[in-house]
Write a protein that binds this ligand. Structure first.
Ligand code: ATP
Length: 275
């Protein structure tokens, strides 16, 4: 690999009619790090993830993977094959499947489903693939701390545990870049700590690069190696979480002047201690 960056976004602009949803001059995402994205509603965070995953094609600009592969016009399925995986807050999980079945289905996406003839004949290559899927699913379920939920139905799980199953399915694709859109949304505060540890564990054990959009600022602050703030589609601050969250432009555009919100974000110069 020629670049230290998993992704480089340059001169990317997305417009809807007269609305500029994204207008990024330069955003470099270092390989193997967790990169947090903050911004007010409508700032362009989801559009940024869409441009990276290919669900939206930018009007102009360049999205480079590993410093060499231009992705801007590449279909989402080709990007997925190149290792860009996206978690959708569990929306696509079936409530009537168990955790183990769900993770195995995620693995089938990557390893392919057996042909009807091969399965009907009980062909050895089909049985080998099924055994490999079972082994890998069990290993992933253990890695993500889901063993106690192995035979539980998705519909019986808390939002936090469903989110972890969703993350596990994303990991089953062996991503090089994992895009998380508000992983903490709807998750009970008591489960946020487990989620935080898992996201860090994914970076440390799987070694993939994570881009995380999140409104739970204490969560994002505690996991981000690097943070970008967006406002009206533009990058208005970049740096460590402390630097970005205490930047006057970010406070004005996102955190507001509410001292409690700023303190919870860990911003400096406030009366309250950081969360
Ligand atoms: P939120 O935190 O509410 O999810 P966001 O930062 O993810 O917001 P985006 O969803 O990326 O913001 O939206 C950026 C801007 O682009 C907004 O003004 C939004 O209304 C507009 N926008 C996004 N998608 C479309 C679309 N498909 N058609 C028209 N406008 C859109």
């Amino acid at each position: 690999m020629t670049s230290d960056y998993a992704l480089e976004i340059r001169g990317v602009r997305v417009t809807y009619g007269g609305i500029v949803a994204l207008d990024v001059d330069e955003m470099a995402i270092p390989r193997g790090q967790i990169v947090g994205i903050v911004g007010a509603n409508g700032a362009g965070k989801t559009t940024l993830l869409d441009v990276i995953s290919g669900f939206t094609v930018a009007d102009q600009g360049s999205v480079l993977l590993d410093g060499e592969k231009e992705l801007r016009k590449t279909a989402p399925s080709s990007r997925a094959k190149r290792g860009i995986s996206r978690s959708f807050q569990g929306a696509e999980l079936f409530p009537s499947m168990t955790v183990a079945e769900t993770v195995r289905t995620g693995l089938h996406h990557r390893l392919g489903t057996a042909s009807v003839f091969g399965a009907a004949l009980g062909a050895p290559w089909t049985r080998r693939r099924e055994r490999a899927i079972l082994r890998e699913a069990d290993a992933l379920i253990e890695l993500m701390g889901l063993l106690t939920f192995y035979d539980k139905l998705i519909g019986e799980l808390s939002t936090g545990t469903r989110r972890i199953v969703d993350l596990t399915c994303a990991l089953a694709q062996q991503p090089r870049v994992l895009l998380l859109d508000e992983p903490g949304s709807g998750v009970a505060q008591s489960e946020i700590d487990a989620l935080r540890k898992l996201i860090l564990q994914i970076r440390d054990t799987v070694g993939c690069t994570l881009v995380v959009v999140e409104h739970d600022i204490p969560l994002l602050r505690s996991i981000s190696d690097l943070m970008f703030a967006l406002d009206a589609g533009r990058v208005i601050a970049r740096g460590s979480a402390d630097e970005v969250l205490s930047d006057p432009a970010v406070i004005a555009a996102y955190l507001g002047t509410d001292q409690t919100a700023i303190a919870r974000s860990g911003g400096r110069g406030t009366a309250e201690a950081p969360a």
